[in-house]
Design a protein around this ligand. Structure first.
Ligand SMILES: [Zn+2]
Length: 252
């Protein structure tokens, strides 16, 4: 039985919600662990931001709909980074982005960690995902065998077990390297129908490449850049994704 929680309540599990909101940039807390089970004012303001970002009714409470979204699998990249968000609660449509790759480079190489030993069908999947983004950015990608010298490095590794975070992306400006992390403990689906709890690899890969190319999260559920993993496959760029990538690359 789900019970709504609001300011002043003390209940088991509130600390987990705080942990989640802290992880994804909503809680302005200096504390990053050992959260209490008390529904505090800063939790309330974090919940309000979260509800705005996910087009939920703004109640400031942990209600059922809010909790449903919190409990779904999602991208590990925060929604709010250093106080900035590209989701609803932000008021800027522009995404300032400086490429992390060496200036002037028009072709970026990518490789999957050799120990991950991915199948040919997974390689094709990556190829197609990169190609889809190339069309709207004119940044080209080519597969390489030398992982340690590649511009984009993709690794399957244990993150937080099945569920929770499915992966993340990181742009390292000093090394000039973009990284994609995928949780090896998810039930990844390469081709075919997803069963409950499965994660569609191509949809997540599309999302992570979007991060490498400069996009943050979107509040639009149909967008590739929506942070929550939905059961439906989502590999084609939505109107929202196209609008936002256009603001960075201006490809006609
Ligand atoms: Zn993401």
């Amino acid at each position: 039985m789900f019970k709504e929680l609001k300011l002043g309540n003390i209940a088991e599990g509130v600390s987990n919600v705080k942990q989640y909101l802290d992880l994804f940039g909503y809680l302005n807390s200096t504390l990053h662990s050992n959260f209490s089970d008390e529904f505090t004012l800063d939790l309330q303001s974090a919940i309000i931001k979260y509800q705005k970002n996910f087009n939920l009714k703004v109640t400031g409470q942990i209600d059922r709909k809010t909790y449903n979204i919190i409990s779904q699998q999602r991208c590990g990249v925060p929604d709010i980074i250093n106080g900035t968000t590209t989701m609803n609660m932000g008021n800027s449509n522009t995404t300032p982005f400086t490429p992390w790759w060496k200036a002037g480079k028009k072709v970026l190489s990518y490789a999957v960690h050799p120990q991950n030993n991915v199948s040919d069908s997974v390689k094709v999947l990556f190829r197609e995902a990169f190609d889809r983004w190339s069309k709207v950015t004119l940044v080209n990608f080519t597969e390489t065998a030398s992982f340690n010298e590649s511009d984009v490095r993709i690794t399957f590794l244990e993150l937080d077990g099945k569920g929770g975070t499915v992966g993340g992306a990181d742009r390292n400006y000093s090394l000039g390297v973009g990284s994609v992390y995928l949780d090896s403990e998810e039930e990844w689906v390469v081709r075919g129908e997803n069963e409950e709890g499965d994660v569609d690899l191509e949809s997540v890969v599309m999302h992570m490449i979007g991060h490498l190319l400069g996009l943050g999260h979107s509040s639009v559920e149909e967008a590739v850049m929506y942070p929550i993993v939905l059961p439906e496959k989502k590999t084609e760029l939505s109107y929202d994704d196209m609008q936002r990538i256009h603001q960075i690359y201006h490809v006609k």
